[in-house]
Design a protein around this ligand. Structure first.
Ligand code: SAH
Length: 224
């Protein structure tokens, strides 16, 4: 697939749009209720975020490899996390784990200002080059998401798209009062979805929303 010289519309055919409508219907049936989330997923051309030209994979509700041992999250998981985040227009949102940039694009479609961090340089470079060519402009950072972005915070919302062994303290500190963080927490190959709400300077509420499978949140930056 060649991206960059072709326009976004040339790369997003009626066939893609039709498959995307079906994906949105499938997510609705699986229990995603937030109309704004479903509309955002209906607008993001997921096939352009994947290396594969097999568009049937792009619009199946499945995770898919994106290189560097990582995956583009399953659409249901993206929808579920985004719904829990309760994104409002102009919310300042920090995403940990840029990966393919698909989740960032969904957040941008909902009117958020998106700051996204990736620890693997290969993915950071690739996604930073791709997204602007298809109309998405988050702020990209190469770094260790465990540390967040202290100089850019505090954030209305934080979304972590890799499984954390525990909730990083640095990230809690970067939430605004009444801000929310959606983060999968667990040590092994399964995590539980936590929603952490900051009630005051030092009070946080934790709610749990079922188990999911994520690649692990790892420390440090990979510079190759
Ligand atoms: N949001 C992505 C999902 C990618 S999978 C998407 O929509 O495609 C999770 C990503 O988190 C991987 O790219 C992985 O390299 C990255 N990651 C893992 N630990 C990290 C950390 N500490 N800081 C930043 N990114 C991290």
């Amino acid at each position: 697939m060649h991206i960059g010289s072709n326009s976004y519309t040339m790369n997003d055919s009626l066939r893609h749009q039709g498959l995307r409508k079906r994906l949105v219907e499938a997510l609705r049936i699986k229990g995603i209720k937030d109309a704004k989330v479903l509309e955002a997923i209906g607008r993001v051309p997921r096939h352009l975020f994947m290396e594969s030209t097999f568009i049937q994979f792009a619009y199946k509700d499945q995770a898919f490899p994106i290189g560097a041992g990582q995956t583009i999250s399953q659409p249901y998981t993206v929808a579920f996390q985004t719904q829990l985040l309760e994104v409002k227009k102009n919310d300042k949102v920090l995403e940990i784990g840029t990966g393919s940039g698909y989740q960032a694009a969904v957040l941008l479609e909902m009117g958020a200002k998106v700051y996204t961090i990736e620890r693997q340089k290969e993915l950071f470079v690739k996604t930073q080059a791709l997204l602007p060519t298809i109309g998405y402009h988050p702020k990209f950072f190469l770094g260790d998401g465990y540390k967040g972005l202290p100089t850019y915070g505090p954030f209305d919302k934080i979304i972590v798209t890799a499984g954390a062994p525990s909730v990083p303290h640095e990230l809690k500190k970067q939430l605004k009062i009444n801000g929310k963080m959606v983060i999968p927490v667990g040590r092994d190959d399964r995590q539980e979805m936590f929603v952490i709400t900051r009630l005051s300077d030092d009070e946080f509420k934790t709610e749990k929303y079922g188990s999911f499978v994520f690649v692990p949140l790892l420390k440090g930056v990979v510079n190759n």
